[in-house]
Design a protein around this ligand. Sequence first.
Ligand code: NAD
Ligand code: UD1
Length: 342
Amino acid sequence: MMKRCVLVTGGAGYIGSHTAVELVEAGYDVVLVDNLSNSDEQTIEGVRRITGIEIPFEQVDCCDREALEEVFKKYHFDAVIHFAASKAVYESIEKPLMYYRNNLGSLMTLLDLMRKYECANIVFSSSAVVYGDAEHLPVTEQSPRQAATSPYGNTKRMCEDILHDTIIAADGAMRAIALRYFNPFGAHPSALIGELPRGVPSNLVPYITQTAAGIRECLNIFGDDYDTPDGSCIRDYIDVVDLARAHVVAIGRMIEGRNKQNYEIFNVGTGRGVSVLELVQAFERVNNLKLNYRIAPRRAGDIIVSWADTTLANNELGWKATRTLDETLAAAWKWQQVLMSR
Ligand code: NAD
Ligand code: UD1
């Protein structure tokens, strides 16, 4: 059978690079596009080393229509996975126009070119951020989306709508799957690729690994007086390789015409909520070290409890998270150690 080719935008990034590896391992040809605004070429080298394949990389901004069109002329794509976006919540509050321009603009340019070059299938990186502080837990795909609390969150909601409307207008000629990620963490077991946070991390797991590495002095646990069993916030932490595999399954579903609707949405999480304190204790136990941490005031705007109902992804998509919290926390620490030796 002819090999199918997938365009991975944001392919030098954290989730894009892990997905590229899983796509190659599942037998797809892959082309990576990235403007390297939040990544570097070392990640692409990592993907090439893991797969043993000289995966093509095009350094292109997805908002640059002419440059992106050259990529569409050069290759034929059966599907696109669109990771390229700016993702820092606090930066988006300071630079809203940059976020709207980049996140909405890149998607719209891409959809235009997909129509023009007859590429029918797209997977879009959405986020559990669209659910806000959900009223009922676990969060299902039917849970109402809440008003966004940041421009970043708003771009995810707006991109979902752009996608929905475009798919409806395409009248059967296009299909899309939006994956709503919960909290991705960890790294590839080879430790050749992983997360590359810029500056001081705002996400929990990179902050933990940097504290363990001595780069940060002390982890602040933002609140231990919430209405949860141990008082700290609860999230659904999803291993990045498991998350990457969800994209491969979503691509296969559309290419093989197994999708039930032209626009579908799936939660991607483990279905299990873990508190900040539980995560910290698991990290210490698994990696056999002591973490310097203290209880700090609550972080403004934090959601208290969030975890996914994964029934739809399990039954309909045929995907399930497989890696344990311990395995992923070990991988995250291994990756941090590699980063320190670079
Ligand atoms: P990342 O920053 O590591 O990867 C995104 C990549 O896109 C980067 O390599 C960046 O250089 C590139 N990029 C940005 N704008 C671009 C443009 N206009 N043209 C070309 N390349 C561009 O982020 P990630 O964690 O891998 O996230 C991937 C996607 O998943 C994003 O859309 C993000 O919003 C979404 N998401 C991430 C998380 C998370 O916690 N990491 C959670 C939910 C959703
Ligand atoms: C953040 C983003 C969200 C994104 C998600 C997954 C914000 C407001 N939201 O959400 O858009 O989709 O990451 O990447 O940034 N914590 C600490 N100490 C720290 C860091 C975090 O205690 O130094 C706690 C937080 O209070 C929270 C939990 O750890 O309870 C997880 O935090 P984080 O990793 O930032 O993820 P989210 O808050 O879920």
